[in-house]
Every structure is written in structure tokens, then in C-alpha cells.
Design a binder for this molecule. Structure first.
Ligand code: HAM
Length: 404
């Protein structure tokens, strides 16, 4: 028997219904906020992710599904959606339409060669949104509000964490201060953090090691070192969240695992799904369009992890729907086809090809959750009628086949 690869999953029945429910709900709400659908390829040039997600990130450093294709191209299965959307934005020359705003939503599979565990897959699915051309912090707030609306519609509780990652003016100064602090307590930090002091010191802040975390309580905080503009934006975001009664926690160690962010960064976390608790994350990435050879364009976005949300979502009750059609004699089955075709123009129809007794047909209608069970026997055939049971009202009726 051939099984799916480790960390990759099939979705069927109840699970696939959950998946579709999450995606359709997220689409409905993101459309209310002016987003339109974008589809970009799953396979991209490896250098796209190196330049955007960042060479020093774990995603690019350790987790890429990267290979050389038959044409000798170095390609990669996308580990996330933002890079491809930005590449597409620049390729379509939308960056040259500087006075316009563009808002895209997408969903689909992402690939990261991580160690699989509960809530952490190698192929997982995201729903994401990217907003281009809007530099105002109002847009950061609006995206956070939209994610809140999506979770509310799905019946999911969450904690929101926010931080600011500064800009090219204040971040490098903070970075130097942090490197100074980290170098002083170098011997007490874990091996990974020691490596990160050189490659990506900001990532030390979200190390999971308890000893590192306790040392970091005394580290310099970026929020104290923001330049005036970043500081004003962060304060404005906090003010907007307060005024709209959206609860949040400021997490100065929230740095995100992708290198393209500046200013606002946020994560939505759930306490009910174990250690892989981030259900959505995102932030502002005002320099990424430029990194990918476009004209400077402010941008902000997020992605949510569909599989993690599937663990939490409250499914709406499925109501009985449509018709189940069955015949009691084999010779009568052919009569059902034109009736089924006609009904399918307006309703969901399940047609049973095998002749069965009435009781078996009623069971069959129940299995497919049909509202009506419509059956033809010898009597109905002779009278040109069809017997129908309404499985909600529990009422029965017989009507002429031509009225069906
Ligand atoms: P991210 O935080 O890497 O951000 O991923 C977003 C969400 O995808 C996570 O919060 C989590 O729910 C889910 N996720 C990530 N890795 C896995 C995994 N291995 N298994 C299952 N679920 C996972 C991004 O990808 C950014 N592109 C978000 C963004 C869009 N920022 C701006 N625009």
C-alpha cells in the first residue's frame, strides 16, 4: 500500500467540509473588505524566497522543498504565499500605478520541511490577504479587524498579540543594542541563539528555550527604541484597537519567522490546540516590493492556517436538503432518470440505481441527509404518480409524475 508522505494529509468527508466552510467564510468576509482573488503558482524560483522570506530564516535555511527541475532551474514549492503575490504584483507592473490600492486574497497549499507534530504539517493550507499601496496604520488596524470578523463568523476564540518591528531608521540601532546585550550573556544562551547573534539576532527574542527567555526579560526592548514615526503608528494602532474594543496583548518578543516585516507585526493565538498555537499571523512589509525590484510600495497582510483552525471551528448544523429518488422494481428504475434530470435544475438529487423495498429507500434518504424521499412502485407506475415523504415534516403525499 502506498501512503501519503509524512506530514501530508488527505481531507475527506467531515474534514473537507470544515475546510470548505473556513475558506468560504474567509472569502465572504475578505470580499466585504474589498479583496479580490489572486492565484499564483505553487512552484517559484528559489531566489524569490531567499530574497523575501530571508536567507537567515529557518524557512529558507532548513525547510524548503527545493530542487533542480529538468531545465536546470533552481525551484521551490512555496513555503508561504506573500512572496509569490508580491512577485506577481511587480511582474504585472501594478507597482507603477502608485495612486491605486490593490487588495488580494488567496488560499492554497504551502510546503515547509518541518518536523511534523500536532498542528505542524509539511503540506498545510493558508488563507491569506495582501493589501498594496496603503501606508496608513488604519490599514493595519483594518486587517486585524477583518481577521477578528473571520474568527467571529467561524465561532473561534483567540488571543491577539501585537508588536512593532520598527523601520530601517530605528531597527538597525536597536539591533546593535540587542547584539551588545546578547554578546554579554552569550555563554548562558542556547546553541541556536549563539548562532543567531551572528545571523539574525532579532530571532533570539522568540527562542522557546526557558533559560534564554528568562535572560531576555532584561534585554533592551524595541518598543522603547522606536523612531518617532514608528512610535506614533504603534500608539495609533493601540488607540484604534482600544476604541473598537478589540483586546490584545503587547508582546515585545513577537518577531515573526519571516524577515520582510517592518512596523506592525501581529499573531492570533489559540489556547485550545496545543503547542502549535498560532492560528494566524502577519504584519506590514513596506520594503518587500522594492526587494523584489518593484517601486517602493507600502503593503500589509496576513495568513491563517486552515488545518489549525479546523481543530477549533464550530460547524453549522447541516439541514436536510433535496431529494432521494428510488424504485421498488428494477423495471421502474429507467422512469426515474428523466424525473431526476428535471429536479436537478433546482435541487440536490440523489438517484438510487438499485431496486429496493420502501424501508431500504427511507434508510438511503436518511444516509444522504435528503429532505424528501421519493419512491415509485408498481401502483405509482400504473397511475403515473410518485410517492413522496417529507422527512422533516414527517408527512406523505402522492403526486403525478408530470408535476414532480
Ligand atoms: P506564518 O506565520 O509563517 O506567516 O504562517 C501563517 C499561519 O500558517 C500560521 O499562523 C499557522 O497558523 C500556519 N502555519 C504555518 N506553518 C504551518 C505548518 N507547518 N503546519 C500547519 N500550519 C502552519 C506567513 O506565512 C506570512 N506569509 C503571513 C503574511 C501574509 N504576512 C503578510 N502577509
Amino acid at each position: 500500500m502506498i501512503n501519503a508522505l509524512r506530514g501530508m494529509k488527505d481531507l475527506t468527508f467531515e474534514e473537507s467540509e470544515r475546510f470548505v466552510h473556513i475558506v468560504t467564510t474567509a472569502i465572504k468576509i475578505s470580499k466585504r473588505y474589498g479583496y479580490s482573488y489572486i492565484e499564483t503558482p505553487i512552484l517559484e524560483e528559489t531566489k524569490l524566497f531567499k530574497r523575501s522570506v530571508g536567507e537567515s530564516s529557518d524557512i529558507v535555511g532548513k525547510e524548503m522543498y527545493q530542487f533542480i527541475d529538468k531545465g536546470d532551474n533552481d525551484v521551490c514549492m512555496r513555503p508561504e504565499g506573500t512572496a509569490g503575490v508580491v512577485r506577481s504584483f511587480v511582474q504585472a507592473k501594478l507597482d507603477r500605478r502608485q495612486n491605486e490600492k490593490f487588495k488580494f486574497y488567496y488560499y492554497g497549499p504551502m510546503f515547509r520541511y518541518e518536523r511534523p507534530q500536532k498542528g505542524r504539517l509539511r503540506e498545510f493550507h493558508q488563507f491569506g490577504c495582501e493589501s498594496f499601496g496603503e501606508g496608513s496604520v488604519y490599514e493595519d488596524f483594518t486587517i486585524i479587524q477583518m481577521i477578528g470578523d473571520i474568527f467571529k463568523a467561524l465561532g473561534i476564540g483567540y488571543d491577539l498579540q501585537i508588536n512593532s518591528l520598527g523601520c530601517p531608521e530605528c531597527m538597525p540601532l536597536y539591533r546593535e543594542k540587542l547584539i551588545g546585550f546578547l554578546t554579554e550573556c552569550k555563554d548562558e544562551l542556547c546553541e541556536d541563539c549563539n548562532r543567531r547573534i551572528e545571523t539574525n539576532p532579532i530571532r533570539v527574542l522568540d527562542c522557546k528555550n526557558e533559560k534564554c527567555q528568562s535572560l531576555l526579560t532584561n534585554s533592551p526592548k524595541l518598543l522603547d527604541k522606536l523612531c518617532d514615526e514608528c512610535d506614533a503608528d504603534f500608539k495609533k494602532l493601540v488607540k484604534l484597537l482600544n476604541s473598537e474594543n478589540i483586546s490584545y496583548e503587547v508582546n515585545t518578543n513577537l518577531v515573526r519567522g519571516l524577515d520582510y516585516y517592518s512596523k506592525t507585526a501581529f499573531e492570533f493565538v489559540s489556547n485550545n490546540i496545543g503547542s502549535q498555537s498560532a492560528i494566524a499571523g502577519g504584519g506590514r512589509y513596506d520594503r518587500l516590493v522594492e526587494f523584489l525590484d518593484g517601486k517602493p510600495t507600502p503593503a500589509v497582510g496576513f495568513a491563517l492556517g486552515i488545518e489549525r483552525i479546523m481543530e477549533l471551528v464550530q460547524m453549522p448544523e447541516v439541514e436536510r436538503e433535496g431529494y432521494y429518488l428510488g424504485a421498488m422494481e428494477e423495471s421502474l428504475v429507467d422512469t426515474l432518470f428523466p424525473l431526476a434530470s428535471k429536479k436537478r435544475a433546482t435541487d440536490k438529487v440523489t438517484l438510487e440505481y438499485a431496486a429496493k423495498k420502501l424501508k431500504a429507500h427511507l434508510k438511503g434518504a436518511d444516509k444522504v441527509n435528503a429532505r424528501y424521499c421519493a419512491v415509485i412502485g408498481e401502483d405509482e407506475m400504473q397511475n403515473g404518480t410518485i410517492w413522496i415523504k417529507d422527512l422533516v415534516e414527517k408527512s406523505e403525499t402522492t403526486i403525478s409524475q408530470s408535476d414532480f
